[in-house]
Write a protein that binds this ligand. Sequence first.
Ligand SMILES: [Fe+2]
Length: 198
Amino acid sequence: MSEASAARAAALATRAPSTTAEFARQIVSAAERFGSNETDRMRAAIADPIRRLVERDDLLEAALPRPGNNVAESYYLYFDGELSIILFKVPTERPVQPHDHGVWEILFVYRGALEHTVYERVDDGSVAGRAVLRDHQCATLHPGDCAVVAPPRDIHGFRALTDGTWGITVSRGLYKPERLYFDVAAQTCATRRPRTLR
Ligand SMILES: [Fe+2]
């Protein structure tokens, strides 16, 4: 193969929709380069892999049902014992209540649109049941747009802006066995055990 045709083949390969396994490798590689303190660089590094995955219309066909923690319809797209890639339908009847994770999570939109907020907790946690959150990053996300939710700002809440909104999350490791769910206006929080840790 000539140099020019090798370059053309490489360019075509980078534009092709990706497999979930290839996508998982790209996420792990970005996570290893950029820690949770470098969320902007992480987002830049994963923008193209996300765009290529979202091009696929067949993701639900290969998905396996999963017990959702915050939503009724949740599916595994990929799981290797450490990294989980989950496709879920975002409910339209109510927002997903702000909650923490204990590990980083990448969230992006597959279909539809959602309003997404990353919060920062600003109280010291010394009063049981009380929590004061401040908006850190609020955005309207469309297909391919992503947010990185990472400690110490591993709290987010979101709501669908249209019917038929689907999101994808990627997380590495186990969620906390006890998670906090926040009422931002009332400045309170309550502990819940997730149905699944991954
Ligand atoms: Fe979450």
